[in-house]
Design a protein around this ligand. Structure first.
Ligand SMILES: Cc1cc2nc3c(=O)[nH]c(=O)nc-3n(C[C@H](O)[C@H](O)[C@H](O)COP(=O)(O)O)c2cc1C
Length: 231
């Protein structure tokens, strides 16, 4: 017996399905109180031994802009930093290659960026560091003393955060791009060397007129990623 009504289940499913990554936000601000509520819900995430390894740096207004300026100055000079954690593979192979390609083609297609137009592609990538104009940007970190498996705990935390944001009519984009500039972020936010950069997250209200926000991504059918035993 469920504690919740079928309508509640349907609402939860609707909230989850309504989330998609937003890459252009409206200037409308998000209050500190709402962000606190989202973080409180996100922190209900389970974690190994209830260690709660996540740490979040929440930036708005001038603080958000200043971090963007610091990173963009590195990005525009073509400077590269040593990442704290690997993310994408060095050598892409199937089935991941096709999925990633499809997503990229879809996004650049909507933005009318021609294949091979490296300048515009780079400009679009650079927009990551503006948090896609979102009023709130977050940097999630993990202490180096903790095992990499605790990335998993951070992932559950992020999942909660994104769903809670959607329930408030807010939109998000998880942004690994920030993890390309760990030294700049640490220096700028005066973080300890022990704080490893997991990801950035943009939070705000989607600009409904932006072509890049029309991207609809597909998912593989369950049979492609799950095996069932003993049913
Ligand atoms: C860990 C993680 C890192 C991501 N990094 C970026 C990023 O740096 N820039 C970006 O535009 N989107 C980023 N995304 C968004 C993905 O491209 C997006 O989730 C995926 O294409 C599926 O689309 P959807 O979120 O609209 O369902 C990231 C998503 C996750 C979960």
């Amino acid at each position: 017996m469920s504690d919740f009504s079928p309508q509640t289940c349907a609402t939860v499913a609707k909230v989850i399905r309504s989330r998609h990554s937003v890459r252009r936000f409206l200037p409308a601000s998000v209050s500190r109180e709402i962000v606190r509520e989202l973080l409180e819900l996100a922190a209900r995430a389970p974690s190994g031994g209830n260690v709660q390894p996540w740490r979040v740096h929440v930036l708005a207004g001038e603080a958000r802009k200043a971090l963007s300026v610091a990173i963009l100055s590195e990005y525009e000079q073509g400077r590269q930093e040593c990442r704290d954690f690997d993310f994408y593979p060095d050598q892409w192979r199937e089935p991941w290659l096709s999925r990633r390609r499809k997503m990229g083609l879809g996004l650049y297609g909507l933005l009318k960026i021609a294949k091979g137009d490296k300048e515009r592609m780079r400009a679009q990538s650079g927009r990551n560091y503006l948090f896609f104009d979102a009023p709130v940007g977050m940097i999630l970190t993990l202490d180096e003393a903790l095992g990499r498996g605790m990335f998993l705990d951070c992932g559950v935390f992020i999942g909660n955060l994104l769903t809670a944001a959607r329930a408030h009519g807010l939109d998000t984009c998880v942004q690994d791009s920030f993890a390309d500039y760990p030294a700049t972020i640490r220096r700028h936010l005066k973080l300890g060397e022990n704080e490893r950069i997991v990801t950035g997250i943009a939070l705000g209200y989607a600009d409904p007129s932006a072509p890049e926000n029309q991207l609809v991504t597909e998912r593989e059918p369950i049979e492609r990623f799950a095996d069932f035993y003993g049913f």
